[in-house]
Every structure is written in C-alpha cells, then in structure tokens.
Design a protein around this ligand. Structure first.
Ligand code: GRF
Length: 202
C-alpha cells in the first residue's frame, strides 16, 4: 500500500507515522511527503528519511480550484492508496476531496463534532470543558466532519493554557494517528452509513 502525507509545517504527526511504519514494518510505504509551503520544517525530516518530497505552494495559484487541481496531479503522480492530511492547513475543495473519497484521513485536535475549525484548544478552554481530545476522521467536503475513525480523550487540568493543552493533545495525536493509518493499511476500516467499523481482521 502506498501512502502520501500532506503537511504545512512542523509535520510532527507525519514524523510519528513515518517512524511507526518503520518500527512496525507496515505492509505499506510512505511514498511522498507534500507541502503547500516550501518552508515546512517537516520536508527536511522527510528528505533525511529518503522520502520523496514535493511543494505545491497555494500562493502560486490564483484560486483554490486551480491550487487543488495542481495538488491532485502531484498527489496522483505517486499513485497513493491513502492520502494522510497531517497538520495540513488548507481547506480542500469538494472535487478534490471526492476524488479521494474513502481514502483520505485527517487528524483534528478536538473531540469532533465539538470545536471544528481553528484554535481548538482555545475553544475548549473558553467553553470550560473538562475533557478535550483528538479525532482521526475520513475527509469529506464538509470541514472537520467526516466519518470518525478514532478518538482519544485528554483531560483539561487546572491552570491549563492553550500551550499546555496543545502539548498534552499532541502526545496523544502521535499515538493515535499511526494506529488509525495502520488499521487502514490492514484493510480493517469499513465505512457504513457515515460511520466507521474497525474489523478485528480483514
Ligand atoms: C496539530 O495540532 C494537528 O492536530 C493539526 O495540526 C497541528 C500541527 O500538526 N492537524 P503537525 O505537528 O504539523 O503534525
């Protein structure tokens, strides 16, 4: 199975997936790491791992549709079975998302459907929730809304700041995302009526 990972910055989730795929000897390969920003730190890590990298800079395109069209050509050049959005900070248009229906995952730092969009840790603190967390989901045209693959709850502690909460969530992200990607690679994820079942064995 071939996996393409899209990043926009640090790429810590991408790094966790790359490392886990290596240590757990997945029957899959990360065939490319693609970013919408040439200065994305994660590109250096990927290159150092010998993973092909590419940049499709949104600022080089007049509109979202043309950016997405160019991005799709580059992604499909690697013939992926799975596209993983990992800290990828672009909202993708419906045609692109539908092209990858059932084979595009995203990680969102909240317990969806709570706190969609940006600044999720600030939203959680402002809402005064006692439990926050992270969600891995299939991507659909509706932002932060697709069938949920997995979630992990993270406690909000007295005195938490956006930063302390983000750090606690990030630790769980780095555990959860590789597991969810491995389930996909093992053909264990079945989407039925907008909900995901994880089969014990394929
Ligand atoms: C993380 O909070 C992740 O949940 C969100 O983007 C942030 C940065 O991720 N999707 P990464 O370190 O670039 O993987």
């Amino acid at each position: 199975r071939s996996i393409v990972i899209l990043i926009s910055g640090r790429g810590s989730n991408m790094q966790a997936i790359v490392r886990t795929a290596q240590t757990e000897q997945w029957p899959a390969r990360i065939v490319a790491v693609i970013s919408n920003r040439a200065d994305a730190e994660g590109l250096k890590f990927a290159a150092a791992q010998g993973i092909p990298t590419a940049v499709v800079a949104n600022k080089d395109y007049p509109d979202r549709a043309q950016f997405d069209a160019a991005l799709r050509v580059v992604i499909d050049g690697f013939v992926p079975d799975l596209v993983v959005l990992a800290g990828f900070m672009r909202i993708l248009t419906a045609p692109l998302v539908e092209h990858y229906a059932g084979r595009m995952l995203n990680i969102h730092p909240s317990l969806l459907p709570s706190f969609t969009g940006m600044a999720t840790h600030r939203q959680a603190l402002e809402a005064g929730v006692k439990v926050h967390g992270v969600t891995v989901h299939f991507v659909t045209p509706t932002l932060d809304h697709g069938p949920i693959v997995a979630q992990v709850a993270v406690p909000v502690l007295e005195g938490d700041t956006e930063q302390s909460l983000e750090q606690r969530v990030l630790i769980e992200e780095h555990q959860l995302y590789p597991r969810a990607v491995r389930w996909f690679v093992e053909n264990r994820l079945v989407i039925e009526d907008g909900r995901v079942r994880i089969n014990a064995d394929p």
